[in-house]
Design a protein around this ligand. Structure first.
Ligand SMILES: CC[C@H](O)CC(=O)C(=O)O
Ligand SMILES: [Mn+2]
Length: 341
């Protein structure tokens, strides 16, 4: 039986949420979550290291479990849902992509920094050749003008992406800025438009609704907000709100709420609240996945993690420059020592 959906939700807790659990997912956890999400009727479930295939490293954080094992486990229990994998060219390789496809992944989501779309060409083309539904996405979209965003999105479309997403990776955008950007994308592209929010300024749902109003039909959610920083648009809340708006997602509201309460809540290492640090991510426009790295560096150097995040925002540090977090912390600690004598 085919389910009627006007809007397609990709659940990202098993990928974006990997940042929040320091990439420590076990096969048992992924199996339990993917099975429940499948039963709830979630169309796409993303499973990968937080930084995508191949992300397990000292730079990004070592995974507890090989992600191919997690993908295989999710595929075996997800029913008619599709498993998606995330790939950042430069981290994830074509070989990783082929391996994930062989294990049964059905969607590839290939992303770059908002000004670097050209590095995604080969990965997008390969994903299409592998028969995968293919998403191209642009991260840290608050850092580019609307004109630049559209230019880069058109490149992703020209490489063959079926859908182009705008990612508000820092949770820094305000609703009117989301509207303007999604409107421009909708006007300029023929493919599906998607949106991925972070809740650092408590705007994930408002921004998501703004994106939908402007024509986005592919939306990322994280159940119980399990994602980097303050997490993403909370899936079960989004499903309820869309239902009230008369927009069908094909997701069973009771089942997704039960999954959040009974399966996800016990996995959370800390409540997905907007803490002072996650608030600063949105305020300063810093990549949400930097949160735990900055907190660790703050502890090591005896300084306030907010100062590290503000400085990273000032220096416009982007994904892939995680080593800068320690450099910035060391510099701030040195200055603090100099000025305190
Ligand atoms: C893969 C890096 C990053 O976490 C992708 C993402 O979810 C974002 O930019 O928000
Ligand atoms: Mn994210």
């Amino acid at each position: 039986m085919s389910i009627e959906r006007e809007l397609f939700i990709t659940e990202v807790a098993l990928r974006d949420g990997s940042h929040a659990v320091a990439h420590q997912y076990t096969t048992e956890q992924v199996t339990q979550v993917a099975k429940a999400l499948g039963e709830a009727g979630v169309p796409y479930i993303e499973v990968s290291h937080g930084d995508g295939l191949g992300g397990s490293s000292l730079q990004y954080g070592l995974s507890r479990t090989n992600e191919m094992e997690l993908i295989e486990a999710a595929v075996s229990v997800c029913g008619s849902s599709n498993i998606a994998v995330l790939v950042l060219p430069g981290i994830g390789t074509i070989k990783d992509l082929k391996e994930a496809a062989k294990l049964g992944a059905k969607m590839a989501r290939i992303g770059t920094h908002v000004t670097e779309a050209d590095v995604a060409a080969q990965h997008i083309q390969t994903a299409k050749e592998l028969g995968l539904e293919t998403v191209g996405f642009l991260m840290m979209s608050h850092m580019a003008s609307v004109h630049k965003l559209v230019e880069q999105a058109k490149l992703l479309e020209s490489y063959g992406a079926d859908t182009v997403y705008m990612f508000d990776s820092a949770g820094a955008l305000l609703p009117h800025e989301v509207k303007e950007r999604i409107h421009a994308l909708r006007q300029s592209l023929s493919v599906n438009i998607g949106f991925h929010a972070h809740n650092n300024l408590s705007l994930a749902l408002a921004n998501t609704l703004a994106a939908i109003e402007e024509g986005a039909t592919r939306i990322d959610g994280s159940i119980r907000c399990l994602g980097a920083g303050a997490g993403n648009t909370q899936t079960e809340v989004l499903v309820a709100v869309l239902d009230r708006m008369g927009i069908s997602t094909g997701i069973d509201l009771y089942k997704i709420m039960d999954t959040a309460e009974e399966i996800i809540a016990p996995i959370l290492q800390a409540p997905q609240e907007i803490t002072r640090d996650s608030l600063v991510l949105g305020y300063a426009g810093v990549y949400s996945s930097f949160l735990l790295h900055a907190q660790r560096a703050a502890k090591k150097f005896g300084i306030d993690s907010r100062d590290i995040l503000i400085e990273l925002g000032r220096q416009k540090v982007v994904g892939g420059q995680e080593d800068m977090i320690v450099d910035v912390a060391a510099e701030l600690a040195k200055n603090k020592a100099i000025y305190s004598v």
